[in-house]
Design a binder for this molecule. Sequence first.
Ligand code: BG6
Length: 504
Amino acid sequence: MSSNTKSDPTIFVIFGGTGDLTSRKIGPALYNLFLDGWMPSQFSIIGTGRTQYSDEQFRENLYNDLSQFSRSGVPDKEKWAAFAQNVYYQVSDVKNAETYKEFGKRIEKHSADWKAKPNVIYYLAVSPNLFPIIASNLAKAKLADDKNRTRIVIEKPFGHDLDTAKELNQLLSSIFDECQIYRIDHYLGKETVQNIMAFRFANSIMEPLWNRNFIEHVQISVSEQLGVEERGDYYDGSGALRDMIQNHLLQLLCHIAMEPPVSFNADEVRDRKVDVLKAMRKFGPDDVRMSAVRGQYGSGWMKGKEVPAYRDEPKVDPESNTETFAAIKFFIDNWRWQGVPFYLRTGKRLHQSSSVITIQFKDVPHLIFPTEAAESWQQNRLIISIQPEMSIRLQVQAKRPGIDMILNAVDMVFDYKGTYTQQAPEAYETLILDTMLGDQTLFMRGDQVEAAWELVMPILSTWQNKKSLNFPNYSADSWGPESAEALIARDGFNWFTLPVQGKK
Ligand code: BG6
């Protein structure tokens, strides 16, 4: 997130080097950082996996991945050659001590060649059951001893529930100091998410309004058109609550609800987020029934194509009880937010792919206009659009031009496209650069992860223990089950959706 300095010489070891995440995100991010001049002058990337590849084969695969997935498109031959000479592959068996000896030798060789002690980043882009094995073996091989120069990056899911998250935290902290552990939540690296802090804390006009006196309710909606695709084996053991709410949506909520940190120091910022999670009201069994809605998609049509029901997706249990949609109403018990509902909603196979935060302000205390003037009355709203549109809109009432006094809602818009010409970096670029620079502001601290798990556990166990009798309960290309509409309608509100760009 920071800085305009480069990191020290760095060795970047990717466990899961042949996996999907490396192809789509990590590889392109490293290459784009190189193109933009952020990589240190001495670096080496070592992909590792069980597949037998030579360095050349691994580079070739990476080249093809970049051509397909990188925001910078097909690599320029010369730039690619300059980058690729730093890329290596090591066949590995993460359970075997020999693998780690090999890493040790490579690290020593680079240190000798570079005449410098490098930072070493171990990036665990592997299945979570391998996290403890790899971390322990790194320790046994004494590859984690240098607390200043060794870092470990852990992808989500961080634990399957509160207990497993605690276990993993305990294991990691027996090997690494907290300042060496980088738990990824890629939403925190998104440009528009980082901008929430800028918007709130670099402007003086928002803070006086940012509380229960002026804000009526908040909505955080992350909807996806995609189904589970090829990830049925992971997703069926996870579901929307674990996959999205426990991490991404609660982090968005923290950005909206946190108190101003004293400084931009990583722990200061994370302390303020933990404060929010701790102040959130915990659910009892009745609250789950009243304030949490789950859904699972049935078959349907999307963009003119027939799509299968969740239970018919590959590697999904045909009687699965896993939710692909969740909508939850939370409260935050503190001075700023007492009584203000926060509605969170996320789901797959929904009508639109969009992540939008809507802050609805309270109504005017007294309406001076005749009813006819205010037929399309709309309370003020602040709409922070995270993706695909990247914008902040303030909806205000205006007088429509004409002899009559007729009011309608208009948008005051800050939109990235119209304001900036440069392309925003991908979340993974920001986050990977931060691991190299040693900046943890955008990473999840251990207590933050546990606080988020604590919050969702009552919902998780209620849903797990009680099979849903009406799954599937929403069809593809809808906005989820009707009960999600009812959840918010009971309080007199409705879900806000941003019009698709280009459509009026
Ligand atoms: C991942 C989830 O963390 O986030 C996926 O595991 C989800 O299920 C994805 O599709 C959404 O991320 P983005 O950046 O596409 O909004």
